[in-house]
Write a protein that binds this ligand. Structure first.
Ligand SMILES: Cc1ncc(COP(=O)(O)O)c(C=O)c1O
Length: 374
């Protein structure tokens, strides 16, 4: 059987990982500044992560959401503690798209409305409503194109108010640091206006933290760099360090009813163990503060690259924008210097999403290679 050929592949076959490196079948190491697309949070093969998962494998892998699973409550408690959002409620699922799909469904249930406002260059996933609020017509199939969605520019409160005033908007969904779209961030004054206008016109606010959450930006969630209170926060990627797990945090004002949301696999025992291990390591190794500090180091060092146009991002969601397309540069870094990097829909942006355990010497290795490759 052939694989459905939807991914253009790099000629690299990682078979093993350790902290910020992956190794191919010949033992060649690659510095992973891409983190498998912002997924590897606490590093490849972290001993505590492996032990937690192995111990859970020996106990119970899965049972459905019809029974009491104390690991879900343990996770909710730890998540509440580290994110300082103890008063929110947790619903678990399996991926970022699914988290946003549930968030969008929930705001529609809660408000009785159906239109969603999203932003230019936003990416929210590939399921039906998640892809409909994504600003990329190429990945929206005719089936997904009928959702009532308005895509607006960042930092334009007048246009936002004009749309919200119509009274049919259930929610606004926003990435406080855009991922796939190229690391743009809304201005603080716009975020304040956004919250005010949402409250004024009865719309809810969804923070898509699928990529920026779990301490990657130097705060637990990227919205926490702003004075704003979202009604729903979606999470995935770094939440499981490679184990597929996602979820939403729901403001206490939104009340659950039986059957409103549901899933077979979401919140299973192994997924909870993986996510608990991630949180325990983030706390023990102080990775959130580390992400902020090492991100600052990157910013300082990046200034020494004469060819760069802009330095973008926050914490360990980083990018260097050039005045040329970076695809050849990325190939050179990968094949000649054995460094994995990321791209974005901004073709001139080299994007870095390393494990949160990355050290200064790894960035030094990157900058030496980058200078050479340029
Ligand atoms: C901000 C954001 N939201 C949602 C998604 C979708 O996540 P998943 O691929 O796990 O469905 C992504 C994936 O890149 C993302 O970056």
């Amino acid at each position: 059987m052939k694989l459905f050929d939807v991914y253009p592949l790099y000629a690299v076959t990682p078979v093993r990982g350790e902290d910020v490196f992956v190794y191919d079948q010949n033992g060649q190491g690659y510095l992973d500044l891409y983190g498998g697309h912002a997924v590897i949070s606490i590093g490849h093969g972290h001993p505590h992560f492996k032990k937690r998962l192995k111990d859970q494998l020996d106990q119970l892998v899965f049972y459905s959401n019809a029974i009491i699973n104390p690991l879900q409550s343990d996770l909710a408690q730890k998540l509440g503690q580290l994110s300082c959002l103890d008063h929110y409620q947790l619903f678990m699922c399996n991926s970022g798209a699914e988290a946003n799909e549930n968030a969008l469904k929930l705001v529609s249930f809660a408000t009785g409305k159906s239109r969603i406002i999203a932003f230019s260059n936003g990416f929210h996933g590939r399921t039906s409503a998640a892809v409909a609020v994504t600003d990329n017509p190429k990945i929206i199939a005719p089936l997904n194109s009928h959702h009532p969605v308005s895509i607006l520019p960042f930092n334009d409160p007048e246009t936002l108010e004009k749309e919200l005033k119509k009274g049919d908007v259930a929610a606004v969904i926003i990435e406080f640091i855009q991922g796939v779209g190229g690391l743009d961030q809304p201005e603080e004054a716009f975020v304040q206006a956004l919250e005010l206008l949402c409250n004024q016109y009865g719309a809810l606010l969804i923070a898509d933290e699928v990529q920026s959450g779990f301490s990657r930006s130097g705060a637990f969630f990227a919205f926490q760099h702003y004075p704003v209170t979202p009604h729903i926060i979606s999470m995935a990627k770094g939440m499981g360090n490679g184990f597929p797990v996602g979820g939403i945090l729901i403001h206490p004002d939104i009340q659950a009813t039986y059957g409103m949301l549901g899933t077979t696999f979401g919140g299973n025992h192994l997924a909870c163990a993986a996510s608990l291990a991630v949180l325990e390591v983030i706390e023990k190794e102080n990775l959130q503060a580390h992400a902020a500090q090492i991100g600052d180091y990157f910013m300082t060092q990046a200034k020494t690259i004469p060819q760069h146009k802009y330095i973008k991002g926050k914490g360990l969601m980083l990018g260097l924008e050039f005045d040329f397309e970076v695809s050849e540069l990325r190939k050179k870094l990968l094949y000649d210097h054995h460094i994995m990097t990321g791209g974005s829909s901004n073709k001139n942006l080299l994007r870095l999403l390393p494990p949160l355990t990355i050290k200064k010497n790894h960035f030094d290795q990157f900058f030496t290679a980058l200078k050479h490759a340029l």
